[in-house]
Structures are given as structure tokens and as C-alpha cells.
Design a protein. Structure first.
Length: 244
């Protein structure tokens, strides 16, 4: 008899292949996500007391990736309230190793105080500064020295130029078999002018940056299986696996 876990894995793979072919389901999922934005749906959730401001589907994907990769270091640009930092730190705590490095151009005092008082603080390091400033990049690279397994999550300024600069700065730190996850690539798939007070829009967003970056870096591939499995994700074409 086959291994039950292998049987389950094969069943999931069949499900994924079916979802890849189901255009109606894909369209329905995009419509559902689009229509949740006016309700600020991603603001409904928290993790261990901190607002996480993410879709649960993407957080489940991150749990699977973190367990699979077992990273020594997770680098995240964009902190906000710090919920995702706490989430990743708690998963590393369960694994029994690793730390999270959070970068933001402004860490508000009340958010810093909450993170520094949190039970997961021992696995969190904060850096305040622009994620693409040379001094910040240099500091991150120093922090990454000695880490054999590194994962990167980009979730700060969502303009094409900024995300492309982040990819140039940090994607090279990702270890083979690990991931660079680029959030909010979904902006490219949404109606134009949906974010009138933001500098990003259709044609100028994380997905366009990913597409440009992949043209010149052969080390990464889009994990199409993962986004097909999720159906609902703010990171279509944004789960980049380092394959070489």
C-alpha cells in the first residue's frame, strides 16, 4: 500500500491541476477578491493580538512554505502593525529555530512598543529605514551573514520601481529551494484607479516589477501550483521559488 501522506499529496496535485483548468472558478475568485476590497476585508484578522492585514489564504500558504523551507532568516519589508512578523516568528518558534527581520521606513512608536513587548519578540529584529536605501540594504546583508536558509517577503511601497529595487537588493539572499514572496501583485489584475491616493496602479505595481525582474534573473520561477491551489491570493505571480 502506498504511503498515506504520498496518497494525499497526489490527491492535492490532482486538485491543483483541475483548478488550473477551471477558468470559471479562477474568474469567480478574482471577482470575489475585488469585491472584498471595498469592505477592507484584509483588516478583519489578527495574529496573537497584532493586526495582520493579510488574506487568510496567503497566510496559510506562508505556513506551508515556512514549514517546507525551515528558514534560518525571514526578511520582510513593510511592517505596519507587525502582525505578519509575529505570525512568522510564531511559526519559527514552533519549528525551534530562526528569526524574522522586519524593515519599514517608519515604525510608529505604538507598534514598536507592542512588538518589543510581545512574547515573540525574541525572534524579531526591527530596522527603521527605506528598504532600498544603501545603508539599509547593507545592514540587512550583515544580518543575513551565516544564515543558510533565507526567505524574503516584499510588502512595502508597491510601485514598480520600488519593488524592482527591492528585488535587486534582496532576491539574491534567497537560498535555493526557498522563496521570495512579492505581495500585492494583484493590483495589476484590478480595475484602474482603484487606489486614487496611492502611487501604484495598473501598469505600475509589484507584478510588473516581478515580470521585469524575471526577464533578467534565471534563478527564480513563479510557483504556479501554489497560486492555483490558493485561488484567492493578493500575490498572483508573486510566489517566486529559487530553483537554481
Amino acid at each position: 500500500m502506498d504511503d498515506p501522506i504520498e496518497q494525499f499529496r497526489q490527491e492535492v496535485q490532482r486538485n491543483i491541476e483541475g483548478l488550473k483548468q477551471d477558468r470559471d472558478m479562477q474568474d469567480l475568485s478574482r471577482i470575489w477578491l475585488r469585491d472584498t476590497l471595498k469592505h477592507r476585508y484584509s483588516y478583519n484578522f489578527s495574529w496573537m493580538g497584532r493586526p495582520i492585514i493579510q488574506y487568510p489564504q496567503d497566510m496559510m500558504a506562508m505556513q506551508e512554505l515556512i514549514w517546507s523551507v525551515q528558514p534560518d532568516l525571514i526578511i520582510e519589508t513593510g511592517i505596519a502593525h507587525g502582525g505578519s512578523l509575529v505570525y512568522y516568528a510564531s511559526l519559527l518558534e514552533l519549528i525551534g529555530k530562526g528569526r524574522v527581520l522586519g524593515i519599514d521606513i517608519e515604525i510608529r512608536p505604538h507598534n514598536r512598543a507592542a512588538l518589543e513587548a510581545h512574547p515573540m519578540k525574541k525572534r524579531i529584529t526591527l530596522i527603521e529605514g527605506s528598504s532600498i536605501a544603501p545603508e539599509t540594504v547593507a545592514q540587512v546583508k550583515r544580518e543575513a551573514e551565516g544564515a543558510r536558509s533565507v526567505m524574503v517577503v516584499l510588502d512595502s511601497n508597491h510601485t514598480h520601481d520600488h519593488v524592482l529595487a527591492e528585488l535587486d537588493a534582496y532576491a539574491g539572499l534567497v537560498s535555493v529551494g526557498s522563496y521570495c514572496v512579492v505581495y500585492d501583485t494583484v493590483v495589476e489584475d484590478l480595475p484602474p484607479a482603484l487606489y486614487p491616493n496611492r502611487p501604484w496602479d495598473v501598469g505600475n505595481n509589484p507584478k510588473t516589477a516581478v515580470w521585469e525582474y524575471l526577464k533578467r534573473d534565471p534563478h527564480f520561477e513563479i510557483d504556479a501550483d501554489l497560486q492555483a491551489k490558493l485561488l484567492v491570493t493578493v500575490a498572483p505571480d508573486g510566489y517566486l521559488k529559487r530553483v537554481r
